[in-house]
Design a protein around this ligand. Structure first.
Ligand SMILES: Cc1ncc(COP(=O)(O)O)c(C=O)c1O
Length: 437
């Protein structure tokens, strides 16, 4: 039982005990539970790539400042709903230093993770105009954001961008926006799950189409700066993290602390609302909000209703991290390069053993190595590949659940320990030997 491939009957029994017909169809949490059970029963450590959780320690400056804030007694006091002065100030500097975009401090609003940032944004964006009440997701994407829309009763449109990179994006976006029903466009770049990064040209296209149809762009920067092909970590110095904010009039940027600063446990992010959107008002919004502008509605309407602000102490923590980045004292990208190195090793091992990278290019450039990658075994569906890989002590999730039309799997490198990398290479080699035609 404790050799690779694992005993099929035993593994199948565990899968069936979990009431799952096919691992390839299971959700992230279901895959996690099945793998936990197989590891326990076999004593074999899996190369676990299903969960997208950060695997590095939180930035020290943040932890120190947060401890001090707690010792100073902030936990006893409600935080201001629009955020602490320090965090708003450092976010404005951060946006200028690393995106080369100028925004006022008012526009920078802390939230309890980008998860809450998107929830509050969706519920506000879709309630500004009676006719424009749908969101358009440029897929593949982060499944839980669609779950948020479902809970909120917001209708969505989606398309897989795989066939629509570059100039083709324009007509594709217009085909949705022309209906006059789309309130906002949502995407992440670097992308979860496919790790592609929109180029400046593509971001400009998104902005121009959005401006033409007066649509809000929701840019999810959960993986800020993590396109390791470029160094985006020098404050105030080009190159800057590409962003739609350079061209779009109405936008919301979501800057999460979770991955860039390994701050996932404290649930902290900042949303940045463009000045034009902040001041925007409509008659229709009065049905939902007592406030008369978008900026005030999202703060005093949506965020107030959700959590009355963001945990006080971690706002000091994130402000300290951003200050260290802004002052050039901390290079947040350097600290994350472990993800790049692991991805490079794992992608190479896969390609050398017959697998393919699915989303493999940003226009003409090979995709970056980073937090996620997508892969598949030729001749198999993504579901079949995952179902088979489980016998080889490797887990991931199927691209099907991310809105992708491509066959394949999403792998997250963060939880794979370096010690297991040689075993990973051996396992994919064995898989190939047993499956190649
Ligand atoms: C694209 C994307 N957006 C948002 C989040 C959630 O971020 P946070 O931890 O700040 O809620 C994630 C986390 O995996 C993500 O991948």
């Amino acid at each position: 039982m404790n050799t690779i491939p694992l005993n099929k009957e035993k593994v199948d029994q565990i899968i069936s005990d979990n009431k799952i017909k096919s691992v390839g169809k299971a959700s992230i949490r279901e895959v996690k539970k099945i793998v936990d059970d197989i590891e326990k029963a076999t004593g074999i450590s899996f190369v676990r790539m299903e969960m997208g959780v950060p695997g590095l320690p939180t930035v020290k400056q943040g932890v120190d400042a947060q401890i001090k804030a707690l010792q100073d007694g902030v936990s006893a006091i409600y935080p201001d709903i629009y955020g602490t002065e320090e965090l708003k100030h450092e976010t404005t500097r951060f946006v200028k230093n690393f995106l080369d975009v100028t925004v006022p401090e008012d526009a920078c609003i802390p939230v309890t993770g980008s998860m809450q940032g998107s929830f509050a944004s969706f519920m506000t964006v879709a309630r500004m105009d009676e006719k424009k009440n749908k969101l358009l997701f440029i897929d593949p994407g982060f499944p839980v954001q669609k779950q948020q829309c479902k809970i909120l009763g917001i209708d969505i449109e989606t398309f897989d961008v795989y066939e629509y990179r570059g100039e083709k994006l324009k007509a594709k976006l217009e085909s949705y926006l022309q209906t006059g029903e789309i309130a906002g466009i949502v995407y992440s770049s670097p992308n979860n799950p496919a790790w592609f990064c929109f180029t400046e040209d593509e971001l400009q296209i998104i902005a121009e189409v959005a401006n033409k149809y007066d649509v809000i762009v929701l840019e999810d920067l959960a993986y800020f700066g993590m396109d390791f092909r470029k160094d985006y970590a020098k404050p105030g110095v080009s190159p800057f993290q590409p962003t739609v904010a350079k061209w779009a009039k109405k936008y919301i940027l979501m800057i999460s602390g979770s991955k860039a600063f390994s701050y996932a446990g404290e649930r902290i992010a900042v949303i940045v609302v463009s000045p034009e959107l902040y001041d925007w008002h409509t008659d229709y919004m009065k049905k939902y909000f007592a406030q008369d502008t978008f900026g005030r509605a999202i703060v005093y309407g949506s965020i107030y209703a959700l959590s009355s602000g963001t945990s006080h102490s971690v706002q000091y923590g994130l402000a300290a991290v951003m200050k260290a980045c802004n002052d050039g004292e901390y290079d947040f990208v350097e600290a994350l390069k472990d993800y790049k190195n692991k991805a490079n090793f794992m992608k190479t091992a896969l390609v050398e053993n017959g697998f393919e990278i699915v989303y493999d290019k940003d226009m003409n450039d090979p995709i970056a190595d980073g937090f996620y990658f997508t892969f598949n075994y030729p001749g198999m569906t993504g579901e079949q590949t995952l179902n088979e890989l489980v016998y080889y002590g490797i887990s991931a999730i199927c691209l099907d659940i991310t809105g992708s039309d491509q066959q394949g799997l999403r792998a997250c490198v963060s939880l794979v320990p370096h010690e297991l990398l040689p075993a990973f290479a051996e396992r994919v080699k064995l898989f190939n030997e047993n499956h190649k035609k």
